[in-house]
Structure formats: structure tokens, C-alpha cells
Write a protein that binds this ligand. Structure first.
Ligand SMILES: [Zn+2]
Length: 287
């Protein structure tokens, strides 16, 4: 696979010099085969230039370029949205609301709100992907450590982590989901939603995995050791996710943890498409 390079900022500015260029790009992402009325399906429209709206020639329904996108009803110019998406896409470590607000010259609250919407688009994109083949599964704990507790359950927020592996045994696709606990019922709902039946699932010997994975999965249990092969990739990625969250966002409250976990997974799952990540992210946002 040939890897395209991410656009440099000067290339990006040339590609999107003004609102009009952003509008054209957004139009093509939204209606790649030309305008289609969301009400009657008619393909003809009139452009209401003053309001950037499109009126269906048949039923007169009015729609805007940003309707049903994360930019809907936002007062931020499209150009700033494009810069924000570019900055999120091109910095592997992610960008904080404080850094974004300085770079695109919006207030902190606006930057925070824009990032929240971009991350929710990332999350939605991966939501329905089902892992299959050989999958490593474990639970991990994020957030501050609970006093006096060591080992399993030492942190305050349990998270299920699962990664599918390719034929070479390397990680392919990653999922991380917060869970209220790591009891059998929670294991069952996580695997039902995220791992396809008949997959081979590798876990450590923790008892709560035994019953749910006995129903329609091939369950391989072993003893986890830090230097062993079992769950090697998965623990590597948990370490990276913790570094990502602590490094960029200086830790996070449980309230926003899922958002950052989803961003980490989104980036990991598209690591081979670095040059296309802006366009891919934009499809997620405008789709
Ligand atoms: Zn219509």
C-alpha cells in the first residue's frame, strides 16, 4: 500500500484558501453525485446565496450545506472548522482545546465544543465495526488509582480493550469501551456488541470471561506475564492510550474518558492512511 503524506499547512491553505473553497468541498462530500432533496429526492435546486441554502426545485424544501453535520447551527466560519479538522487529523498526539483556541482564534469554550463534536464523529464512525478472527481481550483501569488497591481494579474506571490481529499476528483493529464493572454480564454485553461470533478470543485466566466466551466463541485462556506473548499487543496499546491521554489532555475525568479512548482508537485504526486522514475525517463529519 502506498502511503500518501499528510498535506503540509501551506498546501492545505492553497487547497482551502477561503469559505467558497470549503463550501465546494463540503458540497462534494455531502452530495458526491450532485444535489438530492432530502424530502422528495429531486435532483434540481436553486441556490439561496445570501443564506447558503439550497431550495428544492420540486417541493421547495430548504436545506443547508451543514444540515445533519457536526457543523450544523455553528456560528464558526467553515474555514475555521476546516483548520480544526486539519489540526486534529495531522497531529498524532491530538490537540487540546487550549491549543486549538490559540491556533484558530476562537474562545476556549468554542474550541472545546468543536473538538467534542469532531470526536463524537470519530466515535460514531467506529461504533458498528465488529472485530473478528483472532482477538485479544482484557480489561484495564484508567484514572486515579484507588488507595490501597494494587493489580486488577487498582484504577477507578474499568475499560474493556479488544484488538483483532491480522494473519501475521499483528494488531489490526482496536476497540476500547468504558464499562461499569468487569463482571460476566458486562463482559457479555461488550463481546456481543464488539466481537463477531465464532472468533477466537484470547484472555488471561480471569474467571468473568469464562461463561460469556463459552457461548459461540473459541476461548483461549492463558496466564499473562509481562514478558510473554499472551496479550502482548493489547498491553502495548493500553500503555500508548494512557500516554496519549496523559500527554495531550493531562489526564481526564471519567466524564470525558470515552471520548479520548474513541479518538485514540480512531487514530490507531487509520494509522496506515496518514495522507488521507483529513478527507476520511471529513467524510465522518459531513456524512
Ligand atoms: Zn424536494
Amino acid at each position: 500500500m502506498s502511503k500518501r503524506k499528510m498535506l503540509s499547512f501551506s498546501q492545505f491553505i492553497k487547497r482551502f484558501p477561503d469559505e467558497k473553497a470549503c463550501e465546494e468541498y463540503l458540497f462534494n462530500v455531502k452530495w458526491s453525485g450532485g444535489f438530492v432533496c432530502p424530502v422528495c429526492g429531486c435532483r434540481h435546486c436553486y441556490v439561496i446565496k445570501t443564506r447558503r441554502h439550497y431550495q428544492c426545485a420540486n417541493c421547495r424544501h430548504q436545506t443547508s450545506l451543514t444540515a445533519n453535520t457536526i457543523m450544523h447551527r455553528s456560528h464558526v466560519p467553515l474555514l475555521k472548522w476546516f483548520w480544526a479538522v486539519y489540526l486534529v487529523a495531522c497531529d498524532k498526539r491530538g490537540i487540546s482545546a487550549l491549543a486549538l483556541s490559540g491556533k484558530i482564534e476562537v474562545c476556549y469554550e468554542t474550541a472545546w465544543n468543536m473538538l467534542r463534536r469532531i470526536r463524537s464523529a470519530m466515535e460514531m464512525r467506529d461504533e458498528h465495526y465488529i472485530l473478528g478472527g483472532i482477538v485479544e481481550l482484557d480489561d484495564s483501569y484508567f484514572g486515579a488509582k484507588i488507595k490501597g488497591k494494587e493489580g486488577r481494579g487498582a484504577g477507578n474506571q474499568p475499560v474493556f480493550v479488544a484488538v483483532s490481529k491480522n494473519e501475521k499476528g499483528h494488531p489490526a483493529y482496536l476497540k476500547m469501551k468504558m464499562t461499569p464493572n468487569v463482571q460476566s454480564d458486562s463482559v457479555e454485553s461488550f463481546i456481543c456488541e464488539n466481537i463477531g461470533l465464532a472468533s477466537t478470543v484470547q484472555t488471561d485466566g480471569y474467571n468473568a470471561y469464562r461463561t460469556p466466551l463459552g457461548k459461540g466463541y473459541f476461548h483461549e485462556r492463558g496466564v499473562f506475564t509481562p514478558d510473554g506473548e499472551l496479550l502482548r499487543w493489547l498491553h502495548h496499546m493500553i500503555g500508548n492510550a494512557k500516554a496519549f491521554i496523559n500527554g495531550t489532555y493531562h489526564g481526564t475525568s471519567t466524564k470525558h474518558l470515552q471520548m479520548y479512548l474513541s479518538e485514540f482508537c480512531y487514530r490507531f485504526n487509520r494509522r496506515k492512511f496518514a495522507g488521507d486522514i483529513f478527507d476520511r475525517l471529513f467524510v465522518a463529519i459531513a456524512g
